[in-house]
Ligand binder design. Sequence first.
Ligand code: MOS
Length: 697
Amino acid sequence: MTDLLRSRVQGSAPRRVDGPAKVTGTAPYANDQPVPSPAYAWLVQAEVARGVLTRVDVASALALDGVSLVLTPDNAPRLADTDDTDTDAELAALQSPEVSFRGQVVAVVVADSPETARHAASLVHVEIDQRPHDVHLDADRDDLYAPEQVNGGFETDTAQGDVPAALEQAAHVVDQTYTTAWYNNNPMEPHATTALWSDGELLLYESTQGVHTTREAVAKTLGLPLEQVHVVSPHVGGGFGAKGTPHVHTILAAMAARAVPGTPVKLALTRQQMFSLVGYRTPTIQRVRLGCAADGRLTAIAVDAVSQTSRIKEFAEQTAVPSRTMYAAPHRRSTHRLAALDVPVPSWMRAPGECPGMFGPEVALDELAVACGVDPVEFRVRNEPVVEPDSGKPFSSRNLIACLHEGARRFGWAGRDPSPGVREEAGWLVGTGVAASTYPVNVMPGSAATVRHTGAGRYRVEIGAADLGTGTWTALAQIAADALGVDFADVDLRIGDTALPKATVAGGSSGIGSWGSTVVAAARAFREKFGDHPADGDQTGAATPEPSAADEYAMHAFGAQFAEVRVHADTGEVRVPRLLGVFAVGRVVNPRLARSQLIGGMTMGLSMALHEQSLLDERFGHVLNHDFAEYHIATNSDVPDVEAHWVDEHDPHTNPMGTKGIGEIGIVGTAAAIVNAAYHATGVRVRDLPLTLDHFL
Ligand code: MOS
């Protein structure tokens, strides 16, 4: 058990310290960094999903005034680890004539203006010997395979007891297939890199969730010592996982800069290019089987998940993993299977695993509650496990029931008539629904921080962490202030630069927990060494402490999501006038920022429920609706009323602050709550997202 850091500045709600710079347009994003006389890169992408490049003719492009360079597989420098077995195939830019997905980069043009570069790119003539491609995801494919493990290092399959026998004997059974769509990450700031090569060193201004992780990947791929790569990223306009690992454009920008030493090269992806080059959430097909006794106690939980990966690089979404944590049942099974397709590489998107993986089971649970005639809030309460079902570990804290009860109270759940399709108001069918949320507490080892007294009671705290727009600049300074026993205004935090001590990636909702632990350790070391009256310039540092209890306890955040849905009786139009979430997320460092994270997640969950869906044209292997005109994302008018609350939760095991990650849990369960409410409104059970009006006609 850790000695929890006393809270004085934590719990207060300062506004984002970076807010004024952002809203006045002076915060430098990766593509805005003022560099002298930059050149501009533009990408040429393959227009078929599979084939072999036979000719890339760059003569007309090169002939254009202002074009300095066209890199293709014919002339691109060989990358360091192209033949290495653990090559990241996604980053192997221009290393092979093979085309493995539609949108793959086949050339990059560098010119003195973005317009010239773009025009020149259109003049590059590409010939591809096309091969048959296969982009069709289906749970009946006979080439599905079991990966060695799934993301997060989890076991591919788990089994306990005898699921078929338990289902045979169950009083009520649900056996249904649920699907989630292909979703593309669409942070407000598109991916961008400004690269500068001088004196054998590479400087990257990058939009990334981790400067140090980007540095490592770039150095390895280019065969450079770490010290020769410098990555700077003070502000990031959202990432949602798409900036959690570097993608090929970062390598291309670095390659181009190396080819024109002394000239900075700017490469900004367009929104359309992002749909094939920066990862996406794989579609999932989830067969869920649940069985329960007559009193509504679950006897069997089985989740068999199928998703896709690319042929060039495996990505195994851990869709069935949350089912290992959520509810008690003696007979259990979870499996993952993958189809390797001629598609872009899937990657992280907000709550990978939990977000799609809580959809099927939480809708299935609603179906089972209806079958048993038990209220869906009560049904979940009845199936609360004593310990984490799969691991047998006690929970460090688990307040799902408190969230369900507090949510029910705030939402006005009491007295709900369970009958579906019976409430109509002015032509709209009205219903309410509930679903649970969960997200693991991840504390990553491997960060370091320094604390320096700069005089007059002011402290500089340095750690190469990231702020995606989520509030790191502010929340981490609050933690540092408490750890040093000073005011918020006395802390000068520095993040977002590899010149600062190493920090782990802003991923898996692990940022504040991991970096905060490290900052607390550094502050404690400082106070131990220099006492309460340090001299100017006193400085010390520390690394992330070993999490003391990670092996003993199952650590997760939980939540309960409530939704009101209206479906128009004639047109099938779906509206969500009300969303309310109550979460148990440990200590809340900054209520203003926490609320923003949680309602942001819930809004993204609503967007997933109602609108988002990347539509693949299987004939050509590309996402058709690859822009904001056609890939619909929830707008303000879609979300009239969204509320996020939290219960008091004291968890002494997660980290010295007692926090749990809050960046991702808000999206988990939202779509299921909305689908369950739509059933209550209409009596129509939708199992395939999104919840478009045709389901109700
Ligand atoms: Mo988050 S999808 O782990 O960046």
